[in-house]
Design a protein around this ligand. Structure first.
Ligand code: DUC
Ligand code: ZN
Ligand code: ZN
Ligand code: ZN
Length: 486
């Protein structure tokens, strides 16, 4: 069975051109003029883009005494409705601390539910011989990225020596280290300080996590990555201080990647101040929203290429869950939604305003992260042989974002009332239409697949020591890197 997407303007990360896209089964067969297929999908007056990839979600994540409300089913449906055909979810180790068991648990939770394809990152929340060993198994299971929390002291936070050891292990295994960059010690001090001052509401969350705390951690993580000889991916970059660290590192030839969130680009810190408790608490996430100067820095970074990826950190807690933190901002579950809105809001605030070209939009929502996570060109590209994850992106469909019409299970939307100027006419996942504008049918849960991501070749691993690392000599396992058994 073939399908042809007809009459649209194909937009990739580097160009736009009029062409039809012929799909055979699950993959793209040909891109060219006057193509014919068994079935026709109309793309006239629309763009044809690679499906969005959201590299940062927390579906059904146990966190801060509760579990994120978005399920793999509702999350992948919401994603499809917004033009996102793949998401990468963060696996957190459970009580037993086993990474392998955690990956299996995420497969168990997600497998029957997912409506589109997914991948996993693994979180490193401590350090032991078992973790060191299991990291190799996790890479064999198709997970080639490990995230380190520099915040959440007493819970998820890792120390510098642990991070250094883990980064070296990543280097050996061809995996990409990632960090949540916030200085957890300073955050803990500031939380105590503001609570002691009687500031207990959500504004205390913003006060206790200033940009300096993020900038310090970003700089430290970059230096540790350089010492370990690995690239580094910094998740949820919210401020100029972290962006500056990334810019500087890249200028020196280091492979450091930065991921601003759609929320940080378009929502600012005024959401926390002089607002009712619920309004502010629904927007509590870490790092918090910043002021307009920081937003301008992030937009500039996307245009200049010093920031590469726009994600959501979709961690959806209902209003009832947010109320768990009544009377103490440190207990408000951290997280906001955005999976369904990411492309529409970025198009409206980025492309419509002239801040981004359509090609830069495609790069930031799909192509760049596919390259960074080693799934390109199977994902993130419109080329023959690639998975037919494709969106017919229609700049004549506008809508006003409202919780009442979203696919997400949340009972609110942080973008409520915002008008977006383009939406998917069709979303295809491996050749199947899983969303059509104006129709409300849900894609089949369980049709999605886990996409294993292979380890990187040594050329991709190198940072500033790239010449040394790039030599054909196989990297020896370094006995100094084996933890003494905590
Ligand atoms: N930040 C959040 O806001 N939620 C989930 C985890 C994180 O780092
Ligand atoms: Zn984080
Ligand atoms: Zn996150
Ligand atoms: Zn309450």
């Amino acid at each position: 069975m073939t399908k042809v997407i007809k009459g649209g303007t194909v937009v990739t990360a580097d160009r736009q051109y009029k062409a039809d896209v012929l799909i055979d089964g699950e993959t793209i067969l040909e891109i060219g003029e006057n193509l014919k297929g068994d079935e026709t999908i109309d793309a006239s007056e629309a763009y044809v883009i690679p499906g969005g990839i959201d590299p940062h979600t927390h579906l059904e994540m146990p966190f801060m005494g509760t579990t994120a409300a978005e399920t793999f089913e509702s999350g992948t449906w919401a994603a499809a409705a917004g033009g996102t055909t793949m998401l990468i979810d963060f696996v957190l180790p459970g009580e037993d601390g086993s990474l392998v068991n955690a990956v299996n648990e995420w497969h168990r939770k997600s497998g029957k539910q997912i409506c589109s394809d997914i991948g996993f990152h693994m979180a490193i929340t401590g350090w032991s011989k078992q973790i060191w060993e299991e990291m190799a198994q996790v890479v064999d299971m198709g997970v080639n990225s490990f995230k380190h929390f520099m915040a959440y002291k007493g819970a998820l936070m890792v120390e510098d020596d642990e991070m250094y050891a883990s980064f070296q292990r990543c280097k050996e295994l061809g995996a990409l280290p990632m960090v949540h960059a916030e200085n957890g010690d300073i955050v803990a001090e500031l939380q105590k300080k503001y609570l002691a001052m009687g500031i207990t509401g959500p504004e205390g969350h913003a006060y206790s996590r200033p940009p300096e705390v993020e900038g310090e951690a970003a700089n430290r993580a970059i230096m540790i990555a350089d010492a370990a000889g690995t690239p580094l991916y910094i998740v949820h970059v919210s401020c100029e201080q972290a962006h500056e660290a990334i810019r500087r590192a890249r200028q020196k030839g280091m492979r450091v990647y930065g991921e601003p969130l759609i929320q940080f680009l378009t929502l600012d810190e005024s959401e926390y101040f002089n607002k009712d408790w619920e309004h502010a608490a629904r927007r509590v996430m870490s790092p918090p929203f910043r002021n307009k100067e920081h937003q301008a820095s992030l937009w500039a970074g996307l245009a200049a290429g010093s920031l590469q990826v726009v994600a959501t950190d979709h961690a959806a807690f209902t209003t009832a869950q947010k109320h768990m933190g009544d009377g103490d901002f440190t207990r408000i579950p951290n997280g906001t939604g955005g999976l369904e809105e990411r492309l529409g809001v970025l198009w409206t605030e980025g492309v419509d305003t002239g801040r981004l070209t359509p090609e830069e939009f495609v790069a930031a929502t799909s192509t760049n992260i596919a390259k960074i996570l080693n799934i390109y060109p199977r994902k993130g590209a419109l080329v023959p042989g690639a998975d037919a994850d494709i969106v017919v992106w229609d700049p004549s469909i506008s809508k006003t974002i409202a919780a009442s019409t979203q696919k997400s299970v949340l009972d609110y939307n942080v973008f409520e009332g915002r008008k977006v100027t383009a939406q998917p006419r069709y979303t295809l996942s491996r050749g199947e239409v899983i969303f059509a504008w104006g129709q409300n049918s849900q894609p089949q849960p369980g049709r999605g697949r886990f996409v294993p991501r292979p380890p990187f070749s040594s050329a991709n691993r190198a940072l500033s020591k790239w010449k040394e690392l790039n030599s054909p000599r196989k990297v020896e396992r370094d006995p100094m890197n084996i933890p003494s058994g905590v």
